[in-house]
Design a protein around this ligand. Structure first.
Ligand code: FAD
Length: 452
Protein backbone atom coordinates (compact mmCIF):
# COMPACT_ATOMS: atom_id res chain seq x y z
CA UNK A 1 0.00 0.00 0.00
CA UNK A 2 1.11 3.58 -0.53
CA UNK A 3 2.83 4.97 2.56
CA UNK A 4 1.52 7.71 4.80
CA UNK A 5 4.17 10.39 5.10
CA UNK A 6 3.93 12.91 7.92
CA UNK A 7 6.16 15.98 7.73
CA UNK A 8 6.66 18.37 10.64
CA UNK A 9 7.64 21.86 9.50
CA UNK A 10 6.40 23.62 6.41
CA UNK A 11 8.95 26.19 5.30
CA UNK A 12 11.90 25.31 3.01
CA UNK A 13 12.84 21.71 3.80
CA UNK A 14 9.44 20.31 4.77
CA UNK A 15 7.64 21.59 1.69
CA UNK A 16 10.45 20.42 -0.60
CA UNK A 17 10.31 16.94 0.91
CA UNK A 18 6.52 16.80 0.60
CA UNK A 19 6.42 18.08 -2.98
CA UNK A 20 9.15 15.70 -4.13
CA UNK A 21 7.48 12.78 -2.35
CA UNK A 22 4.31 13.57 -4.27
CA UNK A 23 6.24 13.55 -7.56
CA UNK A 24 7.68 10.18 -6.55
CA UNK A 25 4.38 8.67 -5.50
CA UNK A 26 0.95 9.52 -6.82
CA UNK A 27 -0.91 7.77 -4.06
CA UNK A 28 1.10 8.36 -0.90
CA UNK A 29 -0.90 10.16 1.77
CA UNK A 30 1.11 13.27 2.65
CA UNK A 31 0.31 15.37 5.70
CA UNK A 32 2.38 18.40 6.75
CA UNK A 33 2.04 20.04 10.16
CA UNK A 34 3.22 23.51 11.10
CA UNK A 35 2.54 25.43 14.28
CA UNK A 36 2.86 28.71 12.41
CA UNK A 37 0.16 30.22 10.20
CA UNK A 38 2.71 31.24 7.54
CA UNK A 39 4.19 28.45 5.48
CA UNK A 40 6.59 28.00 2.58
CA UNK A 41 7.82 31.58 2.93
CA UNK A 42 11.06 33.16 1.89
CA UNK A 43 12.79 33.69 5.22
CA UNK A 44 15.74 35.05 3.27
CA UNK A 45 13.60 37.94 2.04
CA UNK A 46 12.43 39.05 5.48
CA UNK A 47 15.11 41.73 6.08
CA UNK A 48 13.99 43.47 2.88
CA UNK A 49 10.45 43.71 4.18
CA UNK A 50 11.81 45.60 7.21
CA UNK A 51 13.42 48.18 4.99
CA UNK A 52 10.53 48.34 2.54
CA UNK A 53 12.57 47.03 -0.39
CA UNK A 54 9.93 44.30 -0.41
CA UNK A 55 6.70 46.21 0.09
CA UNK A 56 4.21 43.52 0.88
CA UNK A 57 4.59 40.38 2.97
CA UNK A 58 2.38 38.63 0.40
CA UNK A 59 5.36 38.66 -1.94
CA UNK A 60 7.33 36.53 0.54
CA UNK A 61 4.46 34.16 1.35
CA UNK A 62 3.16 33.23 -2.10
CA UNK A 63 1.82 29.76 -1.20
CA UNK A 64 -0.74 28.66 1.36
CA UNK A 65 -2.31 25.37 2.40
CA UNK A 66 -4.95 25.59 -0.35
CA UNK A 67 -2.20 25.89 -2.96
CA UNK A 68 -0.47 22.73 -1.72
CA UNK A 69 -3.78 20.88 -1.65
CA UNK A 70 -4.66 21.86 -5.17
CA UNK A 71 -1.26 21.60 -6.80
CA UNK A 72 0.14 18.56 -5.01
CA UNK A 73 -2.72 16.98 -3.10
CA UNK A 74 -0.73 17.59 0.07
CA UNK A 75 -2.65 18.19 3.29
CA UNK A 76 -0.92 21.09 5.07
CA UNK A 77 -2.33 21.68 8.55
CA UNK A 78 -1.23 25.01 9.97
CA UNK A 79 -1.63 26.18 13.55
CA UNK A 80 -0.90 22.61 14.64
CA UNK A 81 2.06 21.85 16.85
CA UNK A 82 3.42 18.34 16.96
CA UNK A 83 4.19 17.82 20.63
CA UNK A 84 5.22 14.19 20.79
CA UNK A 85 6.47 11.21 18.82
CA UNK A 86 6.09 7.56 19.65
CA UNK A 87 8.56 5.96 17.28
CA UNK A 88 7.64 2.41 18.31
CA UNK A 89 3.92 2.92 17.67
CA UNK A 90 4.67 5.28 14.75
CA UNK A 91 2.37 8.00 15.96
CA UNK A 92 2.65 11.71 16.63
CA UNK A 93 0.70 13.83 19.08
CA UNK A 94 -0.69 17.02 17.60
CA UNK A 95 -2.04 20.06 19.43
CA UNK A 96 -4.42 22.39 17.63
CA UNK A 97 -3.19 25.77 18.81
CA UNK A 98 -6.52 27.49 18.14
CA UNK A 99 -8.67 25.12 20.19
CA UNK A 100 -6.07 23.64 22.53
CA UNK A 101 -7.28 20.13 21.67
CA UNK A 102 -4.86 17.26 21.23
CA UNK A 103 -5.09 14.35 18.84
CA UNK A 104 -2.96 11.49 17.58
CA UNK A 105 -1.94 10.80 14.02
CA UNK A 106 -0.10 7.80 12.65
CA UNK A 107 2.65 7.59 10.05
CA UNK A 108 4.64 5.13 8.00
CA UNK A 109 7.45 7.65 7.52
CA UNK A 110 8.02 10.75 9.65
CA UNK A 111 10.07 13.69 8.36
CA UNK A 112 11.35 16.20 10.91
CA UNK A 113 11.79 19.58 9.21
CA UNK A 114 11.44 21.59 12.38
CA UNK A 115 14.19 24.08 11.60
CA UNK A 116 15.86 26.28 14.16
CA UNK A 117 14.97 29.01 16.62
CA UNK A 118 16.97 32.16 17.22
CA UNK A 119 19.15 32.11 20.33
CA UNK A 120 18.37 34.80 22.87
CA UNK A 121 21.08 35.09 25.50
CA UNK A 122 19.76 35.06 29.07
CA UNK A 123 20.31 38.76 29.75
CA UNK A 124 18.25 41.12 31.86
CA UNK A 125 15.70 43.01 29.80
CA UNK A 126 15.39 40.78 26.74
CA UNK A 127 11.67 40.47 27.51
CA UNK A 128 11.17 44.25 27.16
CA UNK A 129 8.89 45.47 24.39
CA UNK A 130 10.86 46.47 21.34
CA UNK A 131 13.30 43.54 21.61
CA UNK A 132 12.96 41.15 18.68
CA UNK A 133 14.51 38.29 16.81
CA UNK A 134 14.00 37.86 13.06
CA UNK A 135 13.01 34.42 11.83
CA UNK A 136 9.40 34.41 10.67
CA UNK A 137 7.01 36.68 8.80
CA UNK A 138 5.34 37.45 12.16
CA UNK A 139 8.69 38.67 13.51
CA UNK A 140 9.21 40.90 10.48
CA UNK A 141 5.68 42.31 10.66
CA UNK A 142 6.09 43.01 14.37
CA UNK A 143 9.42 44.81 13.88
CA UNK A 144 8.09 46.97 11.06
CA UNK A 145 4.95 47.84 13.02
CA UNK A 146 7.05 48.68 16.08
CA UNK A 147 9.31 51.02 14.13
CA UNK A 148 6.39 52.75 12.43
CA UNK A 149 4.07 53.03 15.42
CA UNK A 150 6.75 54.22 17.83
CA UNK A 151 8.66 56.40 15.41
CA UNK A 152 11.87 54.58 16.39
CA UNK A 153 15.02 56.49 15.50
CA UNK A 154 17.79 54.43 17.10
CA UNK A 155 18.34 50.69 16.92
CA UNK A 156 20.86 48.24 18.25
CA UNK A 157 21.50 45.03 16.35
CA UNK A 158 23.17 42.38 18.49
CA UNK A 159 25.31 40.10 16.33
CA UNK A 160 27.16 40.87 13.09
CA UNK A 161 26.49 37.65 11.21
CA UNK A 162 24.69 37.89 7.90
CA UNK A 163 21.19 38.28 9.40
CA UNK A 164 22.39 41.04 11.74
CA UNK A 165 24.09 42.88 8.89
CA UNK A 166 21.16 42.56 6.48
CA UNK A 167 18.95 43.92 9.23
CA UNK A 168 21.35 46.79 9.99
CA UNK A 169 21.54 47.71 6.31
CA UNK A 170 17.76 47.82 6.00
CA UNK A 171 17.30 49.85 9.18
CA UNK A 172 19.85 52.39 7.97
CA UNK A 173 17.93 52.49 4.69
CA UNK A 174 14.85 53.51 6.69
CA UNK A 175 16.82 56.36 8.22
CA UNK A 176 17.50 54.85 11.64
CA UNK A 177 20.76 55.32 13.52
CA UNK A 178 22.12 51.83 13.99
CA UNK A 179 24.70 50.35 16.33
CA UNK A 180 25.86 46.78 15.71
CA UNK A 181 27.38 44.99 18.69
CA UNK A 182 29.55 41.93 18.00
CA UNK A 183 31.38 39.81 20.53
CA UNK A 184 34.05 38.62 18.09
CA UNK A 185 36.84 40.88 16.90
CA UNK A 186 35.20 41.52 13.51
CA UNK A 187 31.89 41.32 11.68
CA UNK A 188 30.96 38.17 9.74
CA UNK A 189 32.67 35.86 12.24
CA UNK A 190 32.63 32.92 9.78
CA UNK A 191 35.08 34.82 7.56
CA UNK A 192 38.79 35.28 8.14
CA UNK A 193 39.64 38.57 9.86
CA UNK A 194 41.56 40.01 6.89
CA UNK A 195 38.48 39.67 4.67
CA UNK A 196 35.96 40.77 7.27
CA UNK A 197 37.97 43.97 7.80
CA UNK A 198 36.52 45.24 4.54
CA UNK A 199 33.01 44.55 5.72
CA UNK A 200 33.74 46.43 8.96
CA UNK A 201 34.87 49.43 6.91
CA UNK A 202 31.79 49.29 4.70
CA UNK A 203 29.50 49.35 7.73
CA UNK A 204 31.30 52.30 9.26
CA UNK A 205 31.33 54.20 5.96
CA UNK A 206 27.56 53.89 5.83
CA UNK A 207 27.16 55.37 9.26
CA UNK A 208 26.74 52.18 11.28
CA UNK A 209 28.40 52.33 14.67
CA UNK A 210 30.18 48.97 14.86
CA UNK A 211 31.26 47.80 18.30
CA UNK A 212 33.37 44.65 17.93
CA UNK A 213 34.92 42.71 20.79
CA UNK A 214 31.95 44.04 22.72
CA UNK A 215 29.30 42.31 24.76
CA UNK A 216 25.73 43.30 25.55
CA UNK A 217 25.15 42.81 29.27
CA UNK A 218 21.59 44.09 29.66
CA UNK A 219 18.71 45.82 27.96
CA UNK A 220 17.37 48.71 29.99
CA UNK A 221 13.63 49.21 29.86
CA UNK A 222 11.94 52.60 30.12
CA UNK A 223 9.02 53.22 32.52
CA UNK A 224 6.52 51.82 30.00
CA UNK A 225 8.46 48.57 29.75
CA UNK A 226 9.81 49.27 26.26
CA UNK A 227 13.49 49.06 25.44
CA UNK A 228 15.29 52.35 26.01
CA UNK A 229 18.97 51.49 25.92
CA UNK A 230 21.44 48.65 25.70
CA UNK A 231 24.28 48.20 28.14
CA UNK A 232 27.46 47.19 26.36
CA UNK A 233 30.87 46.31 27.75
CA UNK A 234 33.26 47.47 25.08
CA UNK A 235 36.67 46.37 23.96
CA UNK A 236 38.14 48.77 26.50
CA UNK A 237 36.40 46.92 29.33
CA UNK A 238 34.27 49.97 30.11
CA UNK A 239 30.49 49.91 30.14
CA UNK A 240 28.59 52.07 27.66
CA UNK A 241 24.92 52.82 27.46
CA UNK A 242 23.67 52.83 23.86
CA UNK A 243 20.21 54.31 23.36
CA UNK A 244 17.83 52.13 21.39
CA UNK A 245 14.10 52.12 20.84
CA UNK A 246 14.50 48.85 18.94
CA UNK A 247 16.81 45.92 19.63
CA UNK A 248 17.18 43.06 17.16
CA UNK A 249 18.99 40.04 18.58
CA UNK A 250 20.76 38.07 15.83
CA UNK A 251 23.41 36.06 17.65
CA UNK A 252 22.69 32.71 16.04
CA UNK A 253 20.20 29.89 15.89
CA UNK A 254 19.83 26.47 17.44
CA UNK A 255 18.02 23.40 16.07
CA UNK A 256 14.49 22.67 17.33
CA UNK A 257 15.23 19.24 18.80
CA UNK A 258 12.22 18.53 21.05
CA UNK A 259 10.69 16.04 18.63
CA UNK A 260 14.06 14.53 17.77
CA UNK A 261 14.59 13.88 21.47
CA UNK A 262 11.07 12.49 21.85
CA UNK A 263 11.74 10.11 18.97
CA UNK A 264 15.13 9.18 20.43
CA UNK A 265 17.16 10.03 17.32
CA UNK A 266 20.88 10.63 17.56
CA UNK A 267 22.06 14.22 17.66
CA UNK A 268 25.52 14.77 16.18
CA UNK A 269 28.49 16.67 17.64
CA UNK A 270 27.40 19.76 15.71
CA UNK A 271 24.22 19.90 17.81
CA UNK A 272 21.97 19.07 14.86
CA UNK A 273 20.30 15.74 14.05
CA UNK A 274 22.69 13.17 12.61
CA UNK A 275 21.46 11.82 9.28
CA UNK A 276 22.75 9.65 6.47
CA UNK A 277 23.10 10.80 2.87
CA UNK A 278 19.40 10.64 2.21
CA UNK A 279 18.18 12.08 5.48
CA UNK A 280 17.51 8.97 7.57
CA UNK A 281 18.07 9.39 11.29
CA UNK A 282 19.24 6.68 13.69
CA UNK A 283 15.58 5.68 14.33
CA UNK A 284 13.70 3.62 11.75
CA UNK A 285 11.14 5.52 9.68
CA UNK A 286 12.23 8.90 11.10
CA UNK A 287 13.95 11.31 8.74
CA UNK A 288 15.35 14.80 9.26
CA UNK A 289 15.96 17.54 6.71
CA UNK A 290 16.87 21.21 6.56
CA UNK A 291 18.26 23.42 9.29
CA UNK A 292 17.48 20.92 12.03
CA UNK A 293 19.79 18.30 10.49
CA UNK A 294 23.50 17.94 9.84
CA UNK A 295 25.04 17.88 6.37
CA UNK A 296 28.38 16.61 5.18
CA UNK A 297 31.35 18.80 4.39
CA UNK A 298 32.19 18.20 0.78
CA UNK A 299 35.91 18.65 1.42
CA UNK A 300 36.51 16.89 4.71
CA UNK A 301 33.62 14.41 4.46
CA UNK A 302 32.83 15.18 8.11
CA UNK A 303 29.38 16.03 9.39
CA UNK A 304 28.87 19.77 9.40
CA UNK A 305 26.02 22.15 10.20
CA UNK A 306 25.54 25.29 8.13
CA UNK A 307 21.85 26.17 8.32
CA UNK A 308 21.01 27.75 4.96
CA UNK A 309 17.93 27.80 2.79
CA UNK A 310 19.85 26.57 -0.23
CA UNK A 311 20.84 23.41 1.61
CA UNK A 312 17.47 22.99 3.34
CA UNK A 313 15.70 22.87 -0.01
CA UNK A 314 18.12 20.33 -1.38
CA UNK A 315 17.94 18.08 1.66
CA UNK A 316 14.15 18.17 1.53
CA UNK A 317 14.10 17.19 -2.10
CA UNK A 318 16.58 14.35 -1.56
CA UNK A 319 14.62 12.87 1.34
CA UNK A 320 11.34 13.24 -0.55
CA UNK A 321 12.91 11.31 -3.40
CA UNK A 322 14.42 8.60 -1.21
CA UNK A 323 11.13 8.19 0.67
CA UNK A 324 9.40 7.26 -2.54
CA UNK A 325 12.04 4.96 -3.96
CA UNK A 326 14.30 7.44 -5.77
CA UNK A 327 18.07 7.32 -5.73
CA UNK A 328 19.09 10.94 -5.06
CA UNK A 329 21.82 11.28 -2.42
CA UNK A 330 23.22 14.30 -0.66
CA UNK A 331 26.76 14.89 -1.88
CA UNK A 332 27.66 17.39 0.82
CA UNK A 333 28.05 21.12 1.08
CA UNK A 334 30.67 23.85 0.94
CA UNK A 335 28.60 26.28 3.00
CA UNK A 336 28.58 28.59 0.00
CA UNK A 337 26.88 31.84 0.86
CA UNK A 338 26.60 35.44 -0.18
CA UNK A 339 25.26 38.54 1.48
CA UNK A 340 24.86 42.13 0.41
CA UNK A 341 26.18 44.66 2.91
CA UNK A 342 25.39 48.11 1.49
CA UNK A 343 27.50 48.43 -1.69
CA UNK A 344 29.48 45.25 -1.09
CA UNK A 345 28.76 41.64 -1.88
CA UNK A 346 30.40 39.33 0.64
CA UNK A 347 30.69 35.68 -0.36
CA UNK A 348 32.38 32.51 0.72
CA UNK A 349 32.66 28.90 -0.27
CA UNK A 350 34.52 25.96 1.21
CA UNK A 351 37.13 26.35 3.92
CA UNK A 352 38.51 29.61 5.22
CA UNK A 353 42.21 29.74 6.09
CA UNK A 354 41.34 29.24 9.75
CA UNK A 355 39.06 26.29 9.11
CA UNK A 356 41.52 24.71 6.64
CA UNK A 357 44.20 24.72 9.35
CA UNK A 358 41.75 23.39 11.92
CA UNK A 359 40.90 20.54 9.50
CA UNK A 360 44.59 19.60 9.35
CA UNK A 361 45.49 21.07 5.94
CA UNK A 362 48.68 22.98 5.27
CA UNK A 363 47.06 25.85 3.36
CA UNK A 364 48.58 28.02 0.64
CA UNK A 365 46.77 31.34 0.72
CA UNK A 366 46.54 34.18 -1.79
CA UNK A 367 44.92 37.58 -1.64
CA UNK A 368 44.12 38.72 -5.10
CA UNK A 369 42.72 42.17 -5.83
CA UNK A 370 41.31 42.44 -9.33
CA UNK A 371 38.61 44.43 -11.12
CA UNK A 372 35.52 42.62 -12.34
CA UNK A 373 35.72 44.48 -15.69
CA UNK A 374 38.21 46.85 -17.33
CA UNK A 375 38.33 50.32 -15.79
CA UNK A 376 37.12 51.81 -19.09
CA UNK A 377 33.75 50.11 -18.55
CA UNK A 378 33.44 50.89 -14.88
CA UNK A 379 35.28 47.89 -13.46
CA UNK A 380 35.64 47.84 -9.70
CA UNK A 381 38.07 45.85 -7.63
CA UNK A 382 37.15 42.80 -5.61
CA UNK A 383 39.29 40.97 -3.09
CA UNK A 384 39.49 37.22 -3.54
CA UNK A 385 41.15 35.33 -0.74
CA UNK A 386 41.62 31.76 -1.83
CA UNK A 387 42.97 28.73 -0.02
CA UNK A 388 44.49 25.57 -1.50
CA UNK A 389 46.14 22.50 -0.02
CA UNK A 390 49.92 22.77 -0.34
CA UNK A 391 50.45 19.06 -0.77
CA UNK A 392 47.92 18.26 -3.47
CA UNK A 393 47.19 21.71 -4.91
CA UNK A 394 43.51 21.08 -4.33
CA UNK A 395 41.41 24.18 -4.02
CA UNK A 396 39.82 24.33 -0.56
CA UNK A 397 37.92 27.57 -0.37
CA UNK A 398 37.48 31.21 -1.28
CA UNK A 399 36.16 34.39 0.27
CA UNK A 400 35.29 37.31 -1.96
CA UNK A 401 34.36 40.88 -1.16
CA UNK A 402 33.60 43.56 -3.71
CA UNK A 403 30.99 45.83 -5.22
CA UNK A 404 30.19 43.78 -8.32
CA UNK A 405 30.79 40.47 -10.05
CA UNK A 406 31.27 38.65 -6.75
CA UNK A 407 28.29 36.32 -7.18
CA UNK A 408 29.62 34.95 -10.45
CA UNK A 409 33.15 34.34 -9.17
CA UNK A 410 32.05 32.61 -5.99
CA UNK A 411 29.82 30.26 -7.93
CA UNK A 412 32.56 29.42 -10.43
CA UNK A 413 34.94 28.69 -7.56
CA UNK A 414 32.29 26.66 -5.70
CA UNK A 415 31.75 24.62 -8.84
CA UNK A 416 35.47 24.09 -9.31
CA UNK A 417 35.92 22.98 -5.71
CA UNK A 418 32.92 20.65 -5.98
CA UNK A 419 34.58 18.83 -8.85
CA UNK A 420 37.90 18.58 -7.05
CA UNK A 421 39.80 21.23 -9.03
CA UNK A 422 43.39 22.03 -8.20
CA UNK A 423 44.55 25.63 -8.14
CA UNK A 424 46.35 25.16 -11.47
CA UNK A 425 43.11 24.06 -13.13
CA UNK A 426 41.53 27.49 -12.66
CA UNK A 427 43.70 29.18 -15.28
CA UNK A 428 42.50 26.68 -17.86
CA UNK A 429 38.77 27.31 -17.34
CA UNK A 430 37.23 28.67 -20.52
CA UNK A 431 35.25 31.53 -18.98
CA UNK A 432 33.09 34.08 -20.76
CA UNK A 433 34.78 37.34 -21.68
CA UNK A 434 33.58 40.64 -23.01
CA UNK A 435 34.73 43.90 -21.43
CA UNK A 436 31.14 44.58 -20.39
CA UNK A 437 31.30 41.54 -18.09
CA UNK A 438 34.87 40.50 -17.30
CA UNK A 439 38.56 41.00 -17.98
CA UNK A 440 40.44 38.90 -20.56
CA UNK A 441 41.99 36.99 -17.76
CA UNK A 442 39.21 36.75 -15.23
CA UNK A 443 39.75 37.24 -11.47
CA UNK A 444 39.19 33.48 -11.22
CA UNK A 445 42.08 32.82 -13.63
CA UNK A 446 44.34 35.19 -11.71
CA UNK A 447 43.46 33.43 -8.48
CA UNK A 448 44.58 30.11 -9.89
CA UNK A 449 47.77 31.62 -11.29
CA UNK A 450 48.62 33.23 -7.96
CA UNK A 451 47.98 30.04 -6.00
CA UNK A 452 49.83 27.75 -8.36
P1 FAD B 1 12.55 26.62 9.13
O1 FAD B 1 12.50 27.67 8.11
O2 FAD B 1 13.09 26.97 10.48
O3 FAD B 1 11.10 26.02 9.30
C1 FAD B 1 10.77 25.12 10.30
C2 FAD B 1 9.27 25.15 10.53
O4 FAD B 1 8.93 24.09 11.41
C3 FAD B 1 8.77 26.43 11.19
O5 FAD B 1 7.67 26.95 10.49
C4 FAD B 1 8.38 25.99 12.58
O6 FAD B 1 7.33 26.75 13.12
C5 FAD B 1 7.95 24.56 12.31
N1 FAD B 1 7.98 23.72 13.52
C6 FAD B 1 9.04 23.52 14.35
N2 FAD B 1 8.71 22.67 15.32
C7 FAD B 1 7.43 22.32 15.11
C8 FAD B 1 6.52 21.45 15.79
N3 FAD B 1 6.89 20.79 16.87
N4 FAD B 1 5.28 21.32 15.29
C9 FAD B 1 4.88 22.00 14.17
N5 FAD B 1 5.69 22.83 13.51
C10 FAD B 1 6.96 22.98 13.96
N6 FAD B 1 19.45 31.08 3.74
C11 FAD B 1 20.12 31.20 2.57
O7 FAD B 1 20.53 30.19 2.00
N7 FAD B 1 20.35 32.42 2.01
C12 FAD B 1 19.91 33.56 2.59
O8 FAD B 1 20.10 34.66 2.04
C13 FAD B 1 19.22 33.48 3.82
N8 FAD B 1 18.77 34.59 4.43
C14 FAD B 1 18.06 34.48 5.58
C15 FAD B 1 17.60 35.64 6.21
C16 FAD B 1 16.88 35.57 7.39
C17 FAD B 1 16.40 36.82 8.05
C18 FAD B 1 16.59 34.29 7.95
C19 FAD B 1 15.80 34.19 9.22
C20 FAD B 1 17.06 33.13 7.35
C21 FAD B 1 17.79 33.22 6.17
N9 FAD B 1 18.27 32.08 5.54
C22 FAD B 1 18.99 32.19 4.37
C23 FAD B 1 18.08 30.75 6.12
C24 FAD B 1 16.84 30.04 5.61
O9 FAD B 1 15.73 30.84 5.80
C25 FAD B 1 16.70 28.74 6.36
O10 FAD B 1 17.84 27.96 6.10
C26 FAD B 1 15.48 27.94 5.95
O11 FAD B 1 14.32 28.65 6.27
C27 FAD B 1 15.46 26.61 6.66
O12 FAD B 1 14.31 25.94 6.34
P2 FAD B 1 13.77 24.75 7.21
O13 FAD B 1 12.53 24.29 6.51
O14 FAD B 1 14.83 23.75 7.48
O15 FAD B 1 13.43 25.35 8.66
Amino acid sequence: AAPKIVVVGSVAAGTSAAAKARRGSEDAEIVVYDRDADISYSGCGLPYYLGGEVESMDDLTPRDAAWFAQRYDIDVRTGREVTGVDAAARTVTVRDLATGTTSTDDYDELVLATGVSPVVPPLPGTDADGVFTLRTPSDARAIRTWIESRGVERAVVVGAGYIGLETAEQLVGRGLDVTVVEMEAHSMPRLDADVADRVDDELTEHGVELLTGAEVTAIEPADDGAARAVRVVGRDGAEHLVEAGLVVVAVGVRPNLDLARAAGVRVGDTGAIAVDRVGRTSVDHVWAVGDVAESFDLITGEPTWVPLGSTANKMGRIAGDALTGGDLEHRGILGTSIVRVFDLAVAQTGLTEDRARAAGFDPVVVHNIKPDRPAYLGGQEMLIKAVADRGTGRLLGAQIVGPSGVDKRVDVLATAITFGARAEDLFHLDLAYAPTFATTKDPVHYTGMALD
